[in-house]
Design a protein around this ligand. Structure first.
Ligand SMILES: [Zn+2]
Length: 284
């Protein structure tokens, strides 16, 4: 969601709020019904693209509405003086899911539709949304990886140094990030989605370092911690990238750009599912 902010000198700045940050913002704004709404948004990233500066939400972004905060009171008083009235209510915002930077809403596909999708010529990838439920975790490569502190690509462990082929450099340390490969299902079929750090953390609710620090010493990478299995049964709208790897080479492993969890869909009895082989399709 793009929000345009304007200062008293009529200078404009565009602020992109992504996924749950946009939803959080809309919910708070919609709930604040009395007169003008004063918002403080923290933890934004400032980006410069050619000569334009944009603000963008990050994991650290928080929205505060009509809080008791001195600069807000000053702003309120200033506006009252300059306009002689408190501002009128804005019309209620319309919630739009996954709007691309060009401002188009992405086309929704079923899993069957994803599997049958083709790329238009001279296009390297397309993006579509797909609403599906997570029914399992593919655990062949574990659920996190060691990444380069500079570019976030996977590093190769080389007896104490960590080689990033992308940067062409060795690093003495590395970061850890989620890479969670999940099986998803809808009425039309089943496929595999890859959730990288941000999206996996969004669903799990805990940063990867915290989960790793709480793994028992004798546990192998093959054991998935219970907290990660909490993703089972979650129904989400996934913003998916479809590329030639999927359409021509036939790999089902789709990368997730963003996701929104559908409210109230989590299956209560998750303990039952943990005992089953998560890669196996469950009969209903
Ligand atoms: Zn690198």
């Amino acid at each position: 969601m793009d929000v345009i902010i304007v200062n008293p000198r009529s200078e404009k700045l565009s602020m992109a709020l992504w996924e749950n940050k946009a939803i959080e913002f809309l919910e708070l704004i919609t709930a604040a019904v009395d007169g003008s709404v004063f918002v403080v948004i923290t933890g934004l990233l400032a980006k410069k693209i050619s000569d334009n500066v944009f603000l963008s939400s990050s994991d650290a972004t928080n929205t505060y509405v009509n809080i008791d905060y001195a600069p807000l009171h000053d702003l309120k008083a200033e506006m009252l003086i300059s306009t002689g009235k408190t501002m009128e209510n804005l019309p209620p915002p319309v919630v739009k899911r996954f709007v691309t930077q060009e401002g188009n809403t992405l086309e929704d596909l079923t899993i069957e539709g994803l599997l049958e999708a083709t790329l238009p010529s001279r296009t390297t990838f397309i993006r579509r949304t797909c609403e599906a439920t997570i029914v399992g975790i593919v655990n062949a490569e574990g659920w996190f990886y060691n990444c380069c502190p500079r570019c976030a690509r996977k590093v190769r462990d080389n007896e104490g140094t960590y080689r990033c082929e992308n940067c062409g450099k060795d690093a003495t340390d590395f970061k850890q990030r989620y890479k969670l490969i999940v099986r998803v299902e809808d009425k039309s079929g089943m496929t595999t989605f890859t959730l990288f750090n941000k999206e996996a953390e969004q669903l799990i609710g805990i940063p990867v370092e915290t989960v790793i620090n709480n793994i028992p010493q004798d546990s192998s990478i093959g054991n998935i911690p219970a907290v990660i299995k909490n993703v089972f049964g979650k129904k989400c709208v996934f913003d998916i990238k479809i590329n030639a790897y999927n359409t021509e080479r036939g790999y089902e492993d789709f990368t997730v750009y963003r996701l929104t969890e559908c409210a109230g869909t989590h299956i209560e009895d998750a303990s039952k599912q943990m005992e089953e082989n998560p890669a196996k399709k469950r009969k209903t």
